[in-house]
Ligand binder design. Structure first.
Ligand code: WT7
Length: 698
């Protein structure tokens, strides 16, 4: 990744030696206030993990206490065996029971468009202002219980998977918690994905109920989500999977309900329902199911290096114990302390699951949810929201920060950002320039920056500064979270000395780790536990697929993925996913996709495509810009707008090894315009292909 500054990031990372001490005051007293305290607690947590995690589990509300902290038969971990609990109870009910029902759980702000209040469901539960809604813990309990009863009415119960495809509205949180309440697992799909992606995931998860909304608001436009779901339902049906029910929230209200469908009407074999019709007159009391510690809480699909997304399985007790702890420590959450936390991630990603929803509500801190774009109606939208709501902790992505830098210093300068106490980043390595800009222009040099390294699979933060204790260095995610035994090793599993680049591994299990890849045991074992092991005992280590080094202070510097997965604007995409979409177009014979450093997005997608001459001839088409545009549109339709290639290059052939593997690293060089190919090409099948690609460039 490079920045608009002339120095390259890798160079900066190697020479970065600025250190920033934690400020004296945070949003309330610091949970951990010195590096010594961190070191002492971390040592204890990895030397005696069971005692450590037992203490964290004590912070949850249990219906039945656990008997055993951990059973570890690598790679299978069972945490808090014998216990029963409920995730929704831990997020909502217990706070109401403890007398905090009137506290605001969630503040929602939408785009300033359309009718002030388009929402018509049980409005009495909300105190409303135009495009701002607040839900107390009590209101949340009622809404969740009502929707839980709606789901039950559709026959949803323990162990079922409910697919959720919604914009960032409170009902998204309500739907997720309603699933948890009745023991169903949710599978949330980001609203930017296309119909194919939805049907693929619903089929894989064997999910028969989809919850969606008529639309979502984005820059004054309406994204017609339920139409996409209908398309997905019909696609699934054509693959032999029937979706039984689709529940549609009326949110954007861009069409009259009666003009769309009537509740109960059948489309492509699925019964369509308006949320408000089903919820009308339904009781707002519903008990929380007692779930086993290891019951699946949710599935979340993430990209892998093969074409098919992986359904990452998270279970109840371990995920909750880990996320309440990491949220509390990383963001110094304290209830009744005037904190308002804003994570800008969509709930459709793990960041939203853990740090918009579960981690915040478990800690009884108010979470802010925003539906809309950072530049609508103006480019200072985020700073405007922070100022008006008095946000205390703000969590966003490096790609967004780089965009804000480009938009200019004067935008945040127009706003009073003095409420901010902690800033966070997540999603990809942050370049020091962006870190410094964030620190100065958003944090006014007064807020610690927590650069949180983690993954969909880890459930929560595994390396991050703890804001009151750990001095920060721009570009480093600093030190392991308490209880996390993170190391940098070589292929043999040997820990590397300082400043040696290697593979980031975690040696011992932790409660928030994935428990599987849904329906694919082999992929779970081989992707995560098949590559690295303890050189002495042979016990598998968790392998992150990230390259990293540790400096002399033990600080981690993550260098990025070592597999065929690229990060585009902080979102993972498998190169194979995009390639599969490309080759599904009739004009395409072969495709190879690589990531190329990009100033704002971290990586841009470059696709090398070889075409079928017969097809071109038969259809009187040419390898031209109109075909490129068509292919870009095709990928967007198949996978989603986030997978659109930035550059498409037509090639007569793709460079391959003698065994037929496409040589991506060569293509990467070609795509990023490296002057001279110095890489080893001894196994290249046909070097003239590369020469040809480079000529085309001139
Ligand atoms: C990959 C995981 C986990 C939340 C969002 C992404 C990269 C994430 C950082 C960071 C350097 C980071 C890694 C990781 N990554 N955070 N602070 N510094 N790299 O979840 O989509 O599962 O992606 O994101 O490469 O493996 P995800």
């Amino acid at each position: 990744m490079s920045t608009n500054n002339s120095q390259g990031t890798i160079d900066n990372l190697l020479h970065e030696n600025r250190v920033f001490q934690p400020p004296k005051h945070g949003p309330g007293p610091w949970h951990l206030a010195s590096m010594d305290e961190y070191r002492r607690l971390h040592r204890r947590s990895v030397e005696n993990p069971e005692a450590f995690w037992a203490e964290e589990a004590e912070r949850l509300a249990w219906f039945r206490r656990w008997d055993r902290v951990l059973e570890w038969n690598a790679p299978d971990a069972k945490w808090f065996g014998g216990g029963t609990l409920n995730a929704c109870y831990n997020c909502v009910d217990r706070h109401v029971q403890a007398g905090h029902g009137e506290q605001t759980a969630l503040v929602w702000e939408g785009e300033p468009v359309g009718p002030a209040t388009s929402h018509e469901v049980s409005s009495s539960a909300y105190s409303r202002e135009p495009q701002i809604r607040r839900l107390t813990y009590r209101a949340l309990q009622q809404e969740v219980s009502r929707f839980a009863n709606v789901l039950k009415g559709l026959g949803v119960g323990r162990g079922d998977v409910v697919t959720i495809y919604m914009p960032m509205v409170p009902e998204l949180a309500v739907a997720m918690l309603a699933c948890a309440r009745i023991g169903a697992a949710h599978s949330v799909i980001f609203g930017g994905f296309a119909a194919t992606a939805i049907s693929e995931r619903a089929i894989d998860a064997k999910s028969r109920v989809v919850v969606t909304s008529d639309g979502g608001n984005r820059r004054g436009e309406v994204l017609k989500l339920s139409r996409t779901v209908e398309e997905a339902v019909s696609l699934a049906a054509s693959h032999g999977h029937s979706i039984a029910d689709v529940v549609v929230l009326r949110h954007t209200a861009h069409e009259k309900p009666s003009e769309r469908f009537r509740t109960g009407e059948v489309r492509h074999g699925a019964r369509m329902h308006w949320w408000h019709d089903l919820a009308a007159g339904v009781s707002d009391a519903c008990p929380c199911e007692a779930m086993d510690s290891e019951a699946m809480l949710f599935l979340l699909y993430t990209s892998g290096s093969t074409g098919k997304p992986k359904g990452i399985v998270h279970t109840t007790a371990g995920y909750l114990a880990f996320v309440q702890m990491t949220a509390r420590l990383t963001f110094n959450l304290i209830p009744d302390c005037g904190q308002l936390f804003w994570c800008t991630a969509d709930i459709g990603w793990i960041t939203g699951h853990s740090y918009v929803l579960y981690g915040l509500l478990m800690n009884r801190v108010t979470t802010l949810m925003y539906e809309g774009a950072p530049n609508y109606p103006a480019q200072d939208r985020f700073w405007d929201i922070i100022e008006r709501h008095r946000v205390t902790q703000f969590y966003t992505a490096p790609t967004a920060i780089r965009t804000f830098m480009k938009w200019g210093d004067e935008l945040p300068a127009k706003h009073d950002l003095s409420s901010l106490r902690i800033l966070g980043t997540v999603g990809e390595p942050i370049n020091p320039e962006a870190w410094m800009w964030y620190h100065r222009h958003i944090g006014r040099d007064a807020c610690p920056i927590v650069d949180t390294y983690w993954q969909t699979e880890t459930g929560g933060h595994v390396c991050t500064p703890l804001p009151g204790a750990v001095p920060t260095k721009p570009g480093s995610c600093t030190v392991p979270m308490l209880g996390i035994d993170a190391v940098v090793v070589n292929e043999k599993g040997e820990v590397l000395p300082p400043d040696k680049g290697g593979l980031l591994a975690i040696r011992r299990p932790w409660p928030g780790m994935l428990r599987g890849v849904f329906g694919n045991r082999e992929r779970f074992v081989s992707n995560y536990f098949g590559r690295l092991k303890d050189p002495a005992t042979g016990t598998p280590y968790y392998f992150s697929a990230d390259g990293a080094r540790r400096d002399g202070d033990g600080y981690f510097w993550v260098m990025g993925r070592v597999d065929d997965v690229i990060k585009v604007s902080g979102h993972l995409l498998g190169t194979m996913e995009v390639e599969s979409a490309l080759v599904s177009h009739p004009a395409v014979a072969e495709a190879a996709v690589v990531g190329v450093p990009h100033e704002i997005k971290g990586n841009a997608i470059h696709a090398f495509v070889s075409l079928k001459p017969q097809w071109l001839k038969a259809n009187a088409r040419h390898a031209d810009d109109s075909l490129k545009a068509e292919l870009v549109g095709h990928v967007s339709k198949e996978v989603g707008a986030l997978a659109k290639p930035d550059v498409i290059r037509f090639a007569e052939g793709l460079p391959k090894t003698r065994s037929g593997k496409i040589m991506r690293r060569l293509l990467r060089d070609v795509a990023s315009g490296v002057e001279k190919i110095t890489q080893d090409t001894t196994t290249l099948e046909d070097f003239s292909v590369v020469a040809k690609l480079r000529e085309d460039d001139e």
